[in-house]
Design a protein around this ligand. Sequence first.
Ligand code: COI
Length: 356
Amino acid sequence: MEIKITKTTNPGQKPTDESKLGFGKVFTDHMFLYDWNDKEGWHDARIVPFGNLNLHPASTVFHYALEVFEGMKAYRTAEGQVQLFRPDENAKRMYNSAERIGLPPVPVDDFVQAVEELISVDKDWCPHTDGCSLYIRPFLYGTDASVGLHTLHSAQFCIIVAPSGAYYAEGINPVNIMIETEDVRAVRGGTGFTKCGGNYAAAQRATVKAEEKGFSQVLWLDGVERKYIEEVGSMNIMFKIDGKIITPSIEEKTVLPGITRKSMLQVLRDKGYTVEERKVSVEEVEKAALDGKLEEAWGTGTAAVVSPVGNLTINGEKFTINDNKIGPTTQMLYDTLTGIQWGKLEDPYGWIVPVK
Ligand code: COI
């Protein structure tokens, strides 16, 4: 793929105090655009100055939510190298998401090349402060200028980049999670395994309700029996019960196949932990908590990194985990993941891709 690069003549002011960045609010100078139509396929790959998109009001994305996205990061090492974490995994997941939604998948190599070239152009924006990174948001959307709902004829792929700090205001401190018992996020045969905007729209009402009550996030249950734990709004979930690591299985395709999830399961197995990927019910977690066997719980996600869960509330009843403190396994995972990502630890897995 040949990418045409047009640099901005009006570069933005880089944040002076990186501790105040927040998450996904400030954007770099450039973005990547790539167009698709059913006659030419993917064409016109370009990096252009960051700005508004020019879309027809009838574009399919606005009416039928034909949209999928990814979340990934670039990290600056102490030596000044900017690097990516498993970009091919994001590319493959977006390919699978697009196929399920009926959008034209972006070829995996094009996706990775686009991310690498865009980050290379804007790498001076990559924060220097510990815990801050460039959050990269690739997204793909239907652009047919017609409110009829048919096979798509045109689409666009865009990547924007935001220098960011921690996703949760709590940082690495434990978060408060509410188990949602009314709304559901996904069902078998649906889009739960994809990263499509529609999944997050379905989650929004409960997320607002949880935030109003002072929770950071919602924990979703399965859409049929409302009994089994699936995932949190912005991360996968893992429990340490009686020495074993238990996490909801992704087999039924109702849970997002998290890249941080996959990476952390590999680290845990390599360190000799017993890991079970299976159905885990709220009842099992409640019982473990009451029996004093729920040792730790944490979430994993690109934005959330590894985030300890301090409290789980179901139907108004609150279960505190590990005295609302980060536990040793959560800390080990956090240190290993961030150590590899920021180049403080050796990467034995080949997960890191340096940006030129
Ligand atoms: C990510 O972890 O990158 C996500 O896309 C989650 C999003 C809700 C911020």
